[in-house]
Design a protein around this ligand. Structure first.
Ligand code: FMN
Length: 369
């Protein structure tokens, strides 16, 4: 599969660079008959866009999406859907320096090595967090189909920022869904959110940045998704999640903490749900996946984001022209923490992967009614 395409039945091809003319996505394999307009996509893009609060970058990108093809008289036609956003707030000055003095923790050095200096480095080019808007374009469509036709709901939210963590175990799904967007950290608890916010502002004041963890719960996932062994549902979801810049870890269910438990504690006992005679599990340490196949319980996973690389604090780098060690002070407008902007991106990636897998399992008709 070419490197800028995600999925195999419902596919998303991402194009554009951060400070080029535009960024966009081409969706192929979308069923016909879905009522679709820009209004289905724009609200999710708005949740991701920068400049919404003091804890994100102050860039002011309006991120207005245009659908160019694949929709006729308000419905998808079954043809490729091309969507794009013009880049408007582009100030590329500070990026000239990074071509010669690569930022520690960013992709300036590896991008230069890989493409011999021909890559568009302005605004970090293809490596920019801005490109996650292309994932959201496709994600909004996938989530609409999952929601409307398969009753699948996805809720990603901020679980931790630095060392401030919310215990989400006893928060009902509906509350996670509604509370996560009531504050600017995207944490579904107002008190913990206030602490997270303070932590981000402290890091920014110190000329520094912070990382964090996004947790995602998916309800209504049918049992049987995933094609072991190489297309297990964990492999599929992880592949998508690692295409989000700054993602450095993914864990399902009890994850790394589960490795400290005994089997008798970590195993999820099977029970019968007497209300509808279905098999459920008492706990959900497997995160809804056994043997790479969904078991009908909610999917639960967490995604670790590293601290943003571009910080004003002085750092050490190498001047690639003179091949001497050098100091670097990164200027420009950057996110002190990328996590608050990422829940719609995680929702989107999971939406695309789940829809793709539902299509593999023939759960989605070619024409939606
Ligand atoms: C929504 C979002 C916004 C981001 N904004 C920034 C930023 O302002 N400054 C920065 O250095 N990195 C930012 N990043 C992360 C970089 O794009 C990423 O660290 C870089 O491409 C290197 O890739 P890697 O961290 O996956 O190795 C952002 C990531 C996301 C998901």
């Amino acid at each position: 599969m070419p490197p800028n395409i995600l999925g195999s039945n419902f596919t998303l091809q991402s194009f554009g660079e951060s400070h080029g003319k535009c960024i966009g996505a081409v969706i192929d394999g979308c069923p016909a008959g879905l009522m679709l307009s820009e209004e289905d996509i724009q609200p999710m893009l708005d949740l991701r866009k920068p400049g919404q609060s003091v804890i994100t970058t102050q860039r002011k990108e309006t991120d207005v999406v245009n659908i160019l093809s694949g929709v006729f008289q308000g419905y998808t036609t079954g043809a490729p859907i091309c969507m794009m956003i013009w880049n408007t707030d582009t100030d590329s000055k500070s990026y000239e320096e990074f071509k010669v003095k690569p930022r520690p923790g960013h992709a300036d050095y590896t991008g230069f090595l890989k493409y011999g200096g021909f890559n568009d480095h302005r605004g970090s080019g293809r490596f920019s967090g801005r490109l996650t808007a292309t994932l959201v374009m496709g994600g909004a469509i996938a989530l609409k189909i999952l929601n409307k036709y398969l009753n699948i709901e996805v809720a990603s939210y901020t679980k931790s920022i630095g060392k401030i963590e919310l215990d989400t175990k006893h928060i009902p799904f509906d509350m996670l869904m509604t509370e996560r967007y009531t504050n600017d950290t995207r944490c579904p608890d107002a008190n913990v959110s206030a602490k997270m916010r303070e932590e981000i502002l402290n890091a920014r004041r110190d000329g520094d940045s912070l990382g964090g963890v996004i947790e995602c719960v998916v309800q209504g996932v049918p049992a049987g998704l995933g094609e072991p062994i190489f297309e297990s549902i964990e492999s599929e979801i992880s592949r998508g999640l690692f295409s989000i810049p700054a993602v450095k870890g993914v864990e399902f269910g009890s994850g790394f903490r589960g490795s400290e438990l005994r089997g008798s504690i970590n195993n999820d006992s099977f029970l019968i749900n007497k209300e509808n005679d279905t098999i459920v599990t008492k706990s959900n340490n497997s995160g809804g996946i056994l043997g790479g196949i969904t078991d009908g319980m909610p999917l639960v996973f967490r995604v670790a984001f590293k601290p943003a690389a571009s910080i004003p604090k002085p750092q050490k780098t190498v001047d690639l022209k003179t091949m001497t060690e050098s100091d670097l002070i990164v200027t420009g407008r950057h996110d002190p923490c990328v996590v608050p902007r990422a829940p719609p991106v995680v929702d989107s990636v999971v939406g695309i992967i789940l829809l793709d897998n539902c299509m593999k399992s023939n759960l989605v008709p070619r024409v939606l009614k």
